[in-house]
Design a protein around this ligand. Structure first.
Ligand SMILES: Cc1ncc(COP(=O)(O)O)c(C=O)c1O
Length: 381
């Protein structure tokens, strides 16, 4: 049978705009593209400790065997959720199979018909997909623009107070495609003024900011003013899964109503043990090495006079705006040929004209490697 014409056309359009996605196996060069900020994904120490932990706990099973609400809630789950809740200074942590599932599950179930969701226009696809599944109305505000945010809230506050509904506000502590952070303290003060509930996605902040990498909200000491935080384990922790942090009631609510939590097989004991061991390996020493590299990167882009091309960031993600899919692909390819793994970020993933090279920094990059890749880049831009 012929492949549907409309779908074929969509693929052709992608091809014509140089934005057709395809899968490649990992490159062999120097890693400036993975989210493994602390090298935990490659850590044989974590691998071996996890293995030993499973043996010691007599959990020699390969899968969870069912939804957590049926047969899949093995004992490591509760132990690990307690550790996560304590580490993040919150009442409860509920583990989801991925950050995508956590955002989808939260936004599709928590905001109700008549409620309003206000979100940063650059929020991650998983947040926007969750919002689409919700019965609440949603409005975006300009990226990291707290003046516009307040305007959007004011436009809807009257309607909300009459119907006794809620406003939910969602942003990220580090934006995945540009590395920048919002003024979270200002956002908290606006939220308090209008009695808005805040949700913060800390995917790229865990393992990067705060004591032992606990995240930007805890670094700023604002975690108690936040309704829910989403932490994900596929980035700084180098493994897989995510958790929603919040109150006991939120934990109970999500377990009862969040469909991406209920209708899926739980994570295997191995996955949960890896999360637990990874948390125990977070240390200020490794964060210090990571931040030395971030500082070196910032010094070097200034020295090479290319800092104006980069989006402002103090995180592990640094984006150089190139503009145009073709040109961005071409420079990425040239850098890859020199042995540096850099991924071009193209439209439609980012806005047209804002196509970019995304540099991810790690504790295991050397300052020499950072200087070398930036010196190369400076010859191409
Ligand atoms: C901000 C943000 N939230 C959520 C996710 C999804 O997390 P996961 O990869 O665990 O599904 C990502 C990953 O790309 C992300 O960047």
């Amino acid at each position: 049978m012929k492949f549907p014409e409309k779908l074929r056309q969509k693929l052709t359009n992608r091809e014509l705009s140089n934005s057709l996605r395809s899968l490649n196996t990992s490159l062999n060069g120097i890693d400036f593209y993975s989210n493994d900020y602390l090298g935990f994904a490659k850590s044989t120490v974590i691998f071996n400790e996890t293995h030993q932990y499973l043996i010691d706990s007599q959990l020699k099973i390969n899968g969870a065997t069912g939804s957590r609400l049926i047969s899949g809630n093995h004992k490591l789950y509760e132990e690990t959720e307690l550790l996560i809740a304590n580490f993040h200074n919150t009442e409860k942590a509920l583990i989801f199979n991925s950050g995508y599932d956590a955002n989808l599950g939260f936004f599709s179930s928590v905001p109700q018909r008549g409620d309003i969701i206000i979100y940063d226009e650059l929020c991650h696809a998983s947040i926007r997909d969750g919002i689409q599944l919700s019965n609440a109305k949603s409005y975006k505000f300009k990226h990291n623009d707290t003046v516009h945010l307040e305007k959007v809230i004011k436009n809807h506050i009257e309607q909300i107070s009459i119907s006794n509904s809620e406003i939910y506000l969602v942003t990220e502590s580090v934006f995945s495609m540009d590395g920048g952070s919002p003024d979270l303290e200002k956002i908290i003060s606006i939220a308090k003024k209008y009695k808005v509930r805040i949700i913060i996605d800390e995917a790229h902040s865990l393992g990067v900011f705060g004591n032992k990498g606990c995240g930007l909200s805890q670094l700023l000491n604002i975690e108690n003013d936040i309704f829910a935080r989403i932490v994900t384990f596929g980035k700084g922790l180098g493994c897989h899964g995510a958790a929603i942090l919040g109150s006991k009631k939120l934990y109970q609510y999500l377990m009862n109503f969040s469909r991406s939590f209920i209708y899926t097989t739980g994570l295997s004991p191995h996955s949960i043990a890896t999360i637990q061991v990874a948390y125990k390996h977070l240390s200020n020493d490794i964060l210090h090495t990571l931040h030395k590299n971030i500082d070196h990167f910032l010094t070097e882009i200034k020295r090479l006079n290319i800092d104006h091309l980069f989006i402002k960031s103090k995180s592990t993600i640094h984006c150089c705006i190139i503009s145009g899919n073709e040109k961005t692909i071409q420079i990425a390819k040239q850098l890859q040929e020199k042995g540096f793994n850099i991924k071009p970020i193209l439209s439609p993933t980012v806005a047209k004209g804002k196509e970019r090279l995304r540099f991810c920094l790690h504790s295991y990059n050397s300052t020499k490697e950072i200087t070398a890749v930036l010196e190369q880049l400076a010859t191409f831009v």
